[in-house]
Design a protein around this ligand. Structure first.
Ligand code: SF4
Length: 347
């Protein structure tokens, strides 16, 4: 049965203080409780150093349980782990913990499924089931953060399931809350929102006071090619997208990232590399190349010559990373989230 009580993670620190005043509880207790909740104490009866009446009051007022991890898949190739979480309505969402000796990357989802229909992505095949609530995004962060020791750098990327710009307000609100020292205290500069090219979202982000990073998933250099790979291009073609990218860099003074998934024989020719160079060279940016990770039923294969593509861009002065995708063996790499769910559904 779905609980009607608000979830404790749905209250930001100020809202929780206001709630406490209304209930006649000591206001300063709100921060104390959030500190424990965001350390993973998700049973009010287990929160230390608070009076019994407050424990009982919290238990009656808020829902504390977060989505259950129904499957945890750890890569044998690297130390990345994919978590499949069951939401209150029974739907499943996936998120990933990636790690290197110096860095933890928490890859979170903003939607269940995705409406954008990128042809190289498993999530796109699911269609959009629904947007995630703020607390459901925070619950993913909480789960993943608990896996990351405090001594290492933590980055958060909205590169899981869904198009974050379509769930803009909730995504931004989750970053605001996670940024607060009374919750997870993750610096806004460590967050990256990745978009398939939703132009109004890019323009809106350019005006935000928060210093969040932007990644644009470009993947093609002509409109014909990009529309075939990413239907979003029909609505906002490359010229509009690049104008929005310029608007973002001029308003924020921040460098952006262009993501480019290399599909063998489709978008990985020297001509593609040169067009990509020309499109991006006037903007402060870096380019992340990702060799395509196979997803079931998709008519593509990885590029056989990713280094050649990278070298052309490097020789033209771009900062380029040819990214090794972690978690391929457990369908946790870029574009693979949702693949297990599709396989289970028999698609
Ligand atoms: S690549 Fe991103 S925007 Fe495109 S279908 Fe997949 S999840 Fe959606």
């Amino acid at each position: 049965m779905i609980s009607l009580r608000p979830h404790i993670l749905s209250r930001d620190p100020l809202q929780l203080e206001r709630d406490f005043v209304l209930h006649g509880w000591e206001k300063y207790r709100a921060a104390q409780i959030l500190k424990w909740v965001y350390r993973g104490v998700l049973d009010p009866m287990q929160i230390p150093n608070i009076p019994k009446h407050l424990r009982e009051g919290l238990d009656d007022t808020y829902e504390f349980s977060i989505p259950l991890t129904v499957k945890e898949s750890e890569s044998e190739m690297d130390r990345s782990t994919k978590l499949a979480l069951r939401l209150r309505d029974g739907r499943i969402v996936e998120c990933v913990h990636l790690q290197t000796p110096r860095l933890h990357t928490l890859c979170v989802s903003s939607q269940v499924g995705c409406a954008m229909g990128c042809t190289f992505c498993a999530t796109g095949k699911m269609g959009l089931l629904r947007n995630l609530e703020v607390w459901e995004i925070l619950a993913q962060l909480l789960k993943l953060r608990m896996r990351a020791p405090e001594d290492r750098h933590v980055n958060v990327v909205f590169m899981g399931m869904g198009e974050p710009m379509v769930n803009y307000d909730r995504v931004l609100e989750s970053i605001r809350v996670a940024n607060d020292p009374r919750t997870l205290g993750l610096g806004a500069r460590h967050f990256t929102i990745s978009t398939s090219g939703v132009v109004p979202g890019i323009r809106k982000l350019a005006k935000e006071a928060m210093q969040v990073n932007l990644a644009i998933s470009l993947n093609a250099t002509t409109d014909t090619q990009r529309t075939k790979l990413m239907p979003v291009n029909k609505r906002w073609p490359i010229a509009d997208l690049m104008l929005a990218a310029r608007y973002y860099t001029e308003n924020t003074q921040r460098r952006l990232t262009f993501e480019y998934v290399l599909l063998g024989g489709v978008n990985d020719t020297p001509g593609d590399a040169r067009r990509l160079s020309k499109l991006t060279r006037d903007l402060p940016h870096k380019i992340n190349l990702i060799n395509w990770n196979p997803t079931p039923g998709a008519p593509y294969h990885p590029s056989k010559k990713p280094q050649v593509f990278r070298d052309i861009l490097m020789n033209e002065g771009h900062q380029v990373t040819l990214r090794y995708s972690q978690g391929k063996d457990v369908n946790a790499a870029c574009g693979q989230l949702g693949a297990d769910l599709l396989a289970k559904a028999g698609s």
